[in-house]
Design a protein around this ligand. Structure first.
Ligand code: HEC
Length: 113
């Protein structure tokens, strides 16, 4: 009887730890998505893979933006310190550097589908 209780306790602990680790691993992505929504990026951008739809008919879909971009580039591009195809981005990110980092981390998880 005692053994069964120890066994059950062990399982509960493992499940709890697993859930905990999973939550932490998931955090930056969710934070970045929230920054994206709060920063009104969705005014001009659709992210089909994340369930974000822009009202703009010619919105650029960012579902695969993480495929060929780097952190360094996106950090600069969103502050208009770097150009893409010789063009500045339409808007400058106005939040904190911390939020920008979260946002970029999330963008880099978008690799299509
Ligand atoms: C006023 C409209 C507008 C807003 C607001 C806006 N963007 Fe953009 N964004 C554009 C346009 C236009 C382009 C260039 C589209 C293209 O590549 O054809 C672009 C391009 C991009 C690209 C590069 C896409 C590529 O071609 O690979 C990224 C990344 C991006 N935007 C992220 C963001 C993020 C993050 C925000 C919110 C902080 C944001 N944008 C807000 C209009 C906007």
């Amino acid at each position: 009887m005692k053994n069964i209780l120890i066994y059950l306790g062990l399982i509960v602990t493992i499940v709890a730890l697993y859930g905990f680790a999973f939550t932490i691993a998931d955090q930056p992505a969710d934070d970045g998505k929230q920054v994206f929504i709060d920063s009104k990026c969705s005014m001009c951008h659709t992210v089909t893979s994340a369930g974000i739809t822009s009202k703009k008919s010619d919105a650029t879909d960012l579902s695969a933006v993480g495929k060929d971009k780097t952190t360094e580039f996106l950090l600069k591009y969103l502050k208009k310190e770097a150009k893409l195809n010789d063009k500045d981005h339409k808007s400058t990110f106005k939040g904190s550097d911390e939020d920008l980092k979260k946002l970029v981390d999330w963008l880099l998880t978008l690799k299509g589908e």
